[in-house]
Write a new protein. Structure first.
Length: 431
């Protein structure tokens, strides 16, 4: 019994000693934790100061960026860059006039254009554009009706030409009036982009005045032209004066966008009869020429045109007609085209289709300036044309055109009528 009591006493004393010994260890741990918390508080305080400093720097940077934007050169707000690139595969089946045999031709072509539009003042715009084109004619200059460049000649470098260089004055006190001078983009009024008289790539040189006035649901349009064609030091210059007028009426009582447009044009060439053919001496582009290679006729072209359009199930549909007659010629003096269009390319997935039939007699218009694709270019042709365009992306189009035409349709040119077939497949990018 005594031994048991003695053992309990000894055990109690040992436990008491161990508990007493642990008290200093707990104090040290508390002190250590307190130091850690104090260090963390100091770290947090430092981080908060750094964050406040960074926020101040960020505010200064934002102020600098805003000031930089406000201080950027003014010209960047006044200049717009534009351009496009077209890659074309083309197949042609036609008569080779040199060999007298029917020939098939395959070729790949590019057309690249880049230009700027700038505001010189609040009422004056300037335009300048460079374009590819193949050299030709008597002076080896760029083709006036095409920016195409064939890919050949062993990867040789391709030529670039000035295709636009003009001013456009639109006075603030006469809304809708534009006075243009220089080498300008085509200013003509044409139904559904008709090329009966003017090829779409024609950029005339000289002066023009265009006017458009909107009166409720009616648009009035009028143009005056004075263009230089050939400057001759030894004889009178060749030039063109012309006028156009058109009216477009929107029938707002209908909810399908119904409209009708009608107009007329008159183009009077001076210094052309008995003069060398334009651009390429002795090449007629379908017109009647004399044995010495000069024009046999004068050209005073009267044109009338019209177009009617509407939406059918939200799809734009139009029909159009264009007629021209050379009042200075006694025969082979008329041309006409009729056709229709469906759809409009705008948003990705949209499309447009156009069909037309055209007949253009030998001296109806100056052959150099009419459509350069239809029938191989020029006059003395007739036949069909089909166009299809698909908007693949915002600035990306796919297009196809097919021409089923006849050449040498005149009974007076001494040649038999010949078939002409042409297929064009295009990829077009714009910016």
């Amino acid at each position: 019994m005594k031994k048991s009591v003695m053992a309990l006493c000894i055990g109690f004393l040992l436990l008491s000693g161990r508990a007493y010994a642990q008290q200093p260890d707990q104090s040290e741990q508390l002190e250590r934790l307190q130091r850690i918390v104090e260090e963390q508080n100091r770290t947090i305080s430092d981080l908060m100061q750094r964050l406040e400093s960074l926020e101040g720097v960020q505010e200064e940077q934002q102020e600098w960026i805003s000031e930089t934007k406000e201080a950027k050169p003014v010209w960047t707000d006044r200049v717009k860059l534009k351009g496009d690139l077209r890659y074309r595969y083309e197949y042609i089946d036609s008569l080779d006039t040199k060999t007298g045999k029917d020939e098939e031709r395959h070729r790949n072509r590019i057309r690249a254009r880049i230009g700027i539009e700038a505001k010189a003042t609040d009422t004056v715009d300037l335009g300048f554009q460079l374009s590819t084109s193949e050299a030709g004619g008597d002076e080896d200059l760029g083709d006036p009706v095409s920016g195409n460049q064939t890919l050949d000649n062993a990867w040789s470098l391709k030529e670039i030409w000035v295709s636009e260089a003009y001013f456009d004055w639109h006075p603030a006190n006469v809304e809708g009036l534009h006075v243009l001078g220089g080498k300008m983009k085509r200013p003509f009024i044409n139904p559904n982009a008709s090329e009966l008289v003017w090829d779409s790539d024609v950029n005339p040189e000289g002066g023009a005045l265009t006017y458009k006035k909107s009166l409720d649901s009616t648009d009035l349009m009028g143009n005056l032209y004075g263009f230089w064609i050939e400057e001759n030091s030894a004889s009178s210059d060749s030039l063109l004066v012309g006028a156009q007028g058109a009216l477009k009426q929107k029938f707002e009582a209908f909810d399908n966008g119904l409209y009708a447009m009608a107009g007329a044009s008159y183009y009077d060439y001076g210094g052309i009869e008995a003069k060398d053919t334009f651009f390429d001496d002795g090449k007629s582009f379908g017109n009647t020429i004399l044995p010495d290679g000069t024009y046999a006729e004068d050209f005073n072209e009267l044109e009338v045109f019209g177009e009617v359009g509407m939406r059918i199930k939200e799809v734009p549909v139009s029909v159009f007609a264009d007629y021209v007659q050379n009042l200075a010629a006694d025969e082979e003096d008329a041309g006409w085209s009729v056709g229709f269009g469906v759809g409009k390319t705008k948003d990705p997935g949209s499309w447009a289709f156009r069909y037309l039939y055209k007949e253009l007699e030998q001296d109806a218009v100056v052959g150099l300036f009419t459509d350069s694709d239809f029938g191989g270019g020029g006059t003395n042709v007739d036949g069909h044309e089909v166009n299809l365009t698909y908007q693949l992306a915002k600035n990306w189009q796919l297009a196809a055109s097919y021409f089923h035409n006849n050449q040498f349709i005149s009974d007076d040119d001494g040649r038999d009528e010949e078939d002409y077939r042409r297929l064009q497949l295009d990829v077009i990018f714009k910016f």
